[in-house]
Design a binder for this molecule. Structure first.
Ligand SMILES: CC(C)(COP(=O)(O)OP(=O)(O)OC[C@H]1O[C@@H](n2cnc3c(N)ncnc32)[C@H](O)[C@@H]1OP(=O)(O)O)[C@@H](O)C(=O)NCCC(=O)NCCS
Length: 183
């Protein structure tokens, strides 16, 4: 994939932008929060070096074009991250993942941020399909995806083992045509 040149997306309340080294402490705060990480695919972080490695992976992703980590900024603070990854050029698809600081839940920030990024991905990059794989117990995540017109496409049994806990997956997909028709 070609590298991602830095870009920003502005919404009514938010700014989506590339991550910077100054974001590392806020990333650590989000990903070490056991409640926010309850349905994540890995255990909560317990070492600042995990935040540094996450940021290093973000830089490598911008360079390789294989991973896009967009910081979500609200009122000048990092409020969350939305990730596009597993890009498949032939099939013009990728996966999406997202994390919002718990202090920012219930404000519609993620819906606003993802709408901007999805619009960019479908209209500017002409992606064909975006997929999300969530824990079926993650009702906030399912609600968010449905509000963004993702379609529930099926249940996969015992797809993840996180900290020894075996977890199922609910799988969602959004087509460019769905998005354009809905918006
Ligand atoms: C998944 C996650 C991003 C959802 O967060 P969220 O705050 O519910 O989602 P949004 O930012 O879109 O906000 C929607 C909520 O804000 C409310 N809201 C308030 N003001 C709003 C506004 N102006 N516009 C839209 N919604 C608004 C909505 O009613 C909704 O609340 P409700 O679910 O109680 O009805 C969050 O729970 C999270 O980060 N979890 C941890 C990480 C995680 O599990 N990620 C997914 C892994 S697959």
């Amino acid at each position: 994939m070609p590298a991602f040149a830095p870009f920003t997306l502005a919404t009514q309340r938010l700014q989506l932008r590339f991550l910077s080294t100054a974001d590392v402490p806020a990333l650590y705060r989000m990903y070490s929060d056991a409640e926010a990480m309850r349905y994540w695919s890995s255990a909560p972080w317990d070492d600042m070096r995990q935040a540094e490695a996450y940021f290093a992976a973000a830089l490598a992703g911008y360079e390789s074009g294989e991973l896009l980590r967009m910081g979500i900024e609200a009122d000048g603070q990092l409020a969350g991250v939305v990730n596009l990854y597993s890009f498949n050029r032939q099939n013009q698809r990728c996966d999406i993942g997202y994390m919002l600081d718990r202090a920012c839940w219930g404000k519609g920030y993620m819906q606003e941020a993802m709408a901007a990024l999805l619009d960019h991905a479908f209209r500017v990059w002409s992606l064909h399909r975006i997929e999300a794989d969530i824990d079926p117990r993650n009702t906030a995540s399912a609600k968010l995806l449905k509000s963004l017109h993702f379609v529930y496409e099926g249940h996969m049994r015992e797809r993840w083992i996180v900290n020894g806990e075996i977890c199922d997956t609910d799988f969602f997909g959004l087509l460019r045509a769905d998005w354009i028709a809905a918006r």
